[in-house]
Design a protein around this ligand. Structure first.
Ligand code: NAP
Length: 246
C-alpha cells in the first residue's frame, strides 16, 4: 500500500487533464486519472505507471449520476480519500443562442457544472473526516468574459466559479481549500476543432501571441496542490497569456 497522498484527476485521457495527471505524478502524488471509456483508462494507466507503478486509472462519467456514485464509492474503497481533486473533465457544445437546443444546453450544464457537484458531493465528506484536502476546479476565461456561441459553456463555467467560492467558505475551517484555474485558449482537442479563421481571430486578442500549452495549466494546478498554496481559497487563478487582465 502506497503512503503517497492521493490525487484524483477527472478527464485525464488527453489535453489539460493528462498534463495535470502527469505533473502531479512527477511531483510525488499517487495519481488516479479518469476517462469515460475502458480504453481511455488503459491509456492513462500506461502513461502514469511509466512514472510510478502506484498510479492508476478508472472509468468515470460525471454526466451520469448513478455511474459517478458507484465509481467514486469504489474509488474510496480501492484507493482511499484523495488529498487533491482536480475537477478537469469538461465538454463544449457550441452554438449561437438562437439555435441552441435544450440538449446542447443541458449536456454542458450537466457535465461541466452538475458533474463537479456530484464529484464533490461524494468526496467532501471523507475529506472533512481526513481534516485536509484541496479541490481545484478547471474553469475557463469564458466564465469571466463570455463568448458568442457559448452561452451554455459560459453559464456553466461562471456557475462553477460561484460554486467554488461558496464551497470554499463552507469548508475552509475544515482545512480544505477550493479554487479554480481558468485557462485562456490552450492547445488541445477542444481548441483544435475550431475553424482556422476563428483561431486567427483569437490569436489576435492574446497579448503573448500564442495559444497556451497544457503544461502551463498543469504548473498552476501543481502550485495550488502544493503546501505553498495552503492560504489560498475561493480564488480563480487566470492563466491566459494576458487575454483578459481584469
Ligand atoms: P479535451 O482535450 O476535450 O479533454 C476532455 C477530457 O474530459 C477528456 O479526458 C474526456 O474524457 C473528459 N470528459 C468529457 N466528458 C466527460 C464526462 N462526462 N465524464 C468524465 N470525463 C469526461 O479538453 P481540454 O481542452 O483538455 O479541457 C479540459 C478542461 O479545461 C475542461 O474543463 C475545459 O472546459 C477546460 N478549458 C479548456 C480550455 C482549452 O483551451 N482547451 C480553455 C479553458 C478551459 P474522454 O477522453 O473519455 O472523453
Amino acid at each position: 500500500m502506497s503512503d503517497k497522498a492521493i490525487a484524483l484527476v477527472t478527464g485525464a485521457s488527453r489535453g489539460i487533464g493528462r498534463a495535470v495527471a502527469e505533473r502531479l505524478a512527477n511531483d510525488g502524488f499517487r495519481v488516479i486519472g479518469t476517462a469515460t471509456s475502458e480504453n481511455g483508462a488503459a491509456s492513462i494507466r500506461e502513461a502514469l505507471q511509466a512514472i510510478d507503478a502506484d498510479n492508476d486509472a478508472v472509468v468515470l462519467n460525471i454526466a451520469d449520476a448513478e455511474q459517478t456514485n458507484e465509481a467514486l464509492k469504489s474509488f474510496l474503497t480501492d484507493f482511499g480519500t484523495p488529498a487533491v481533486i482536480v475537477n478537469n473533465a469538461g465538454i463544449t457544445r457550441d452554438n449561437l443562442f438562437l439555435r441552441m437546443s435544450d440538449d446542447e444546453w443541458g449536456d454542458v450544464i450537466n457535465t461541466n457544472l452538475s458533474g463537479v457537484f456530484r464529484v464533490c458531493k461524494i468526496m467532501v465528506k471523507p475529506m472533512i473526516k481526513q481534516k485536509a484536502g484541496t479541490i481545484i476546479n478547471i474553469s475557463s476565461i469564458i466564465g469571466t468574459t463570455g463568448n458568442a456561441g457559448q452561452t451554455n459553456y459560459g453559464a456553466a463555467k461562471a456557475g462553477l466559479e460561484g460554486f467554488t467560492r461558496s464551497l470554499a467558505q463552507e469548508i475552509a475551517s475544515r482545512n480544505i481549500t477550493v479554487n479554480c484555474v481558468a485557462p485562456g485558449f490552450i492547445q488541445t482537442d477542444m481548441t483544435d476543432i475550431l475553424p482556422e479563421a476563428q483561431k486567427e481571430a483569437i490569436l489576435a486578442t492574446i497579448p503573448v501571441k500564442r495559444l497556451g500549452q497544457v503544461e502551463e495549466i498543469a504548473g498552476t494546478v501543481a502550485f495550488l496542490a502544493s503546501s505553498d498554496a495552503k492560504y489560498i481559497t475561493g480564488q480563480t487563478i487566470h492563466v491566459n497569456g494576458g487575454m483578459n487582465m481584469g
